[in-house]
Design a protein around this ligand. Structure first.
Ligand code: ADP
Length: 400
């Protein structure tokens, strides 16, 4: 049975076709990128054979059409036609406090999603386009939405409320929601398997360090705090986002520099973080390379990035009171031993000690990198958000 997983963003469509038999495997995946921009392209990968070409993709509709054309290309022999797809699972960033559990998409569900679009104006509209385009191409195939916010739904009020008059939360929904939940769900479960202990007995700190980055304090089967907030801007320093700053900076930029709200939004979300400090870009690989060559700004970017993760780890150890495992996942943390080592540097008094050799060996693969002496187990687990979405989609559609 085949399940299609879709992550429809503002300028890209990421997809993965999942075969559910035999424990599950991926048949094909790809991305339609730079939709509506110059240089749009499609990258399609079937069993390790990858093709990439530039193609005009003026809108999502065209993007979906191209994706289906490639998936049903007779040359690849993976899908004769779309009727072989049993269900489609969509990654939704924001459940808006309305949806927590994964849900079968109906007209009523879409209507409710449209009502909280203002909470995630960058993410929810392209997610909704993904649903509509899928419906056009596969009208009879059930669709499921899986929410990134789900993982954090049981956070205590003291963690998710901002210290503002309560009506701002109750009336307008202004509170911390947290994101990267689908990734956190995957790595927390896998960590429990690696540690050979039940999930609901574990206290863990989960670090998702990709282009977007967030961290979660996990206790007895639930997220008890997380670094992202109402939007993905709060928390850690990221590829292009500031993470935590004094909100007073926003007033200053507006009053003293006469910047508009949109300009400030663009500055803090798209021009800051690693890009803003290094002046080079948002890719940690190039930044580390330049830092090694002596570039001071790149070195500062790495120092700030790791310092801020370390600060959150300290805070979350205080929240949890005890720590069984520190888990690293996503692009930067899965692949970079230098970043992991810097984050964990001088944390041995908290029971966190990296084994240098194990750390160096663990690149892009699952592994344990803690030393024999480390009281806290330090794990690297490549994330697999699509697998979580596929399993949820099957469960909601009663396909298993
Ligand atoms: P997202 O899903 O948030 O877009 P990913 O989890 O795919 O991001 O991570 C992408 C990021 O991972 C890239 O921006 C890149 O900086 C970083 N990355 C990938 N490989 C490495 C590496 N070897 N060293 C450092 N950073 C890396």
């Amino acid at each position: 049975m085949k399940i299609l997983i879709i992550n429809s963003g503002s300028s890209s469509i990421k997809y993965k076709l999942y075969e559910t038999g035999d424990g599950g495997s991926y048949l094909a995946d790809g991305i339609v990128a730079k939709i509506g921009e110059p240089g749009s392209y499609i990258r399609h990968n079937v069993r390790g054979h990858e093709i990439e070409y530039e193609v005009s993709v003026p809108n999502h509709s065209k993007g979906f059409e191209l994706m289906i054309r490639l998936l049903t290309d007779p040359g690849y022999k993976i899908l004769r036609n779309v009727s072989e797809i049993a269900a489609v699972g969509h990654r939704f960033v924001q459940g808006g406090g309305v949806f927590e559990e994964s849900v079968l998409i109906t007209e009523e569900v879409i209507k409710k999603m449209e009502e909280y679009v203002h909470l995630a104006p960058l993410h929810t509209p392209p997610n909704l386009i993904g649903i509509r385009e899928t419906k056009k191409l596969m009208p009879d195939v059930p669709q499921v939405a899986v929410f990134d916010t789900f993982f954090h739904k049981d956070m205590p009020m003291k963690a998710y409320l901002y210290p503002m008059p309560l009506t701002y939360c109750t009336k307008y929904g202004i509170r911390k929601y947290g994101f990267h939940g689908t990734s956190f769900r995957y790595v927390s479960r896998e960590a429990s398997v690696m540690l050979g202990r039940p999930l609901n007995e574990l206290k863990m700190i989960l670090c998702h360090l990709g282009n977007g980055a967030s961290i979660s304090a996990f206790s007895n089967g639930r997220s008890v705090d997380t670094s992202m907030g109402l939007t993905p801007l709060e928390g850690l320093m990221m590829g292009t986002r500031t993470g935590d700053i004094d909100p007073g900076v926003v007033f200053y930029l507006s009053r003293e520099l006469n910047m508009s709200i949109d300009e400030i939004d663009d500055l803090l979300n798209k021009k800051s973080g690693l890009l803003g400090i290094s002046g080079l870009g948002n890719d940690m690989r190039s930044i580390i390379k330049k830092a090694d060559e002596g570039d001071e700004k790149c070195n500062l970017a790495v120092e700030m990035y790791t310092y801020r993760v370390k600060k959150y780890i300290g805070a979350y150890i205080a929240v949890l009171g005890k720590l069984d495992a520190l888990v690293f996942t996503a692009g930067v943390a899965e692949n970079n031993p230098v970043i992991r080592a810097k984050i964990c540097e001088n944390l041995d008094y908290l029971g966190i000690e990296v084994d240098e050799e194990k750390n160096k060996r663990t690149v892009g693969v699952r592994g344990e990198i803690s030393s024999e002496r480390s009281a806290v187990r330090i794990l690297v687990i490549p994330t697999d958000e699509e697998k979580v979405i596929a399993l949820d989609t099957m469960r909601v559609c009663k396909l298993q």
